[in-house]
Design a protein around this ligand. Structure first.
Ligand SMILES: O=c1[nH]c(=O)n([C@H]2C[C@H](O)[C@@H](COP(=O)(O)O)O2)cc1CO
Ligand SMILES: [Zn+2]
Length: 186
């Protein structure tokens, strides 16, 4: 309502629609969903890699969010976060739950059939199995940095066989700034 007091030219400049005053720099759906995944990754305690995932239904509702972390009830101060120990039991990989797994397990709907998962990293083969079995049909990923790893090749093999589509995220934006301070009073 505030903008209706501006003249038409100002309204057009600020909002792109001189008739209704609607803003035009609002977040696109895809940017919104990927940003939720990336924000969620900031909750991860993993010093080397923070991964987030966001599951979205066909009608564009967020139905699950997750990040990589230790299983519920397992203190993340007691399990290891390192990956360079000789004994497998002293490395994080034996324990950490991946972001995609957590997003699926945290779902707030009966199932995630026909949903899309937005994820910061291309899913590993273990998550690929979960994704396929859960009924998710589409993957939008930010980074393909592990693309030459066997685990990712196995994921793609399974996705191709199961008819699950995957594509890399693209956006006109390079960043979204979140201001946690109170806006200045006008
Ligand atoms: O798809 C994934 N999703 C996911 O949450 N992860 C997590 C597990 C580990 O905490 C971390 C990988 O650690 P690192 O980069 O040190 O190998 O990222 C790793 C992958 C690998 O593709
Ligand atoms: Zn995984």
């Amino acid at each position: 309502m505030e903008n209706l007091s501006l003249n038409n030219e100002e309204v057009l400049f600020n909002n792109g629609n001189s008739q209704t005053g609607k803003r035009n720099d609002y977040l696109e759906w895809e940017d919104y969903f990927m940003a939720v995944a990336i924000l969620s990754a900031q909750r991860s305690k993993d010093p080397a890699k923070q991964v987030g995932a966001c599951i979205v239904s066909e009608d564009k509702k967020i139905v699950g969010i997750g990040y990589n972390g230790m299983p519920n009830g397992c203190s993340d101060d007691e399990l290891p976060w390192v990956k360079n120990q000789a004994d497998e039991l002293d490395n994080k990989f034996a324990y950490v739950c991946h972001a995609e797994m957590n997003a699926i397990m945290n779902k707030n709907t009966y199932d995630v059939k026909d949903c899309t998962i937005y994820t910061a990293l291309f899913p590993c083969n273990e998550c690929a199995k979960l994704i396929i079995q859960s009924g998710i049909r589409q993957i939008v990923y930010l980074s393909d940095e592990n693309k030459n790893k066997k685990s990712i090749l196995a994921s793609k093999r399974m996705f191709n066989l199961a008819g699950i589509s995957y594509r890399q995220f693209e956006s006109k934006r390079s960043e979204i700034v979140i201001n946690l301070r109170q806006p200045e009073a006008h």
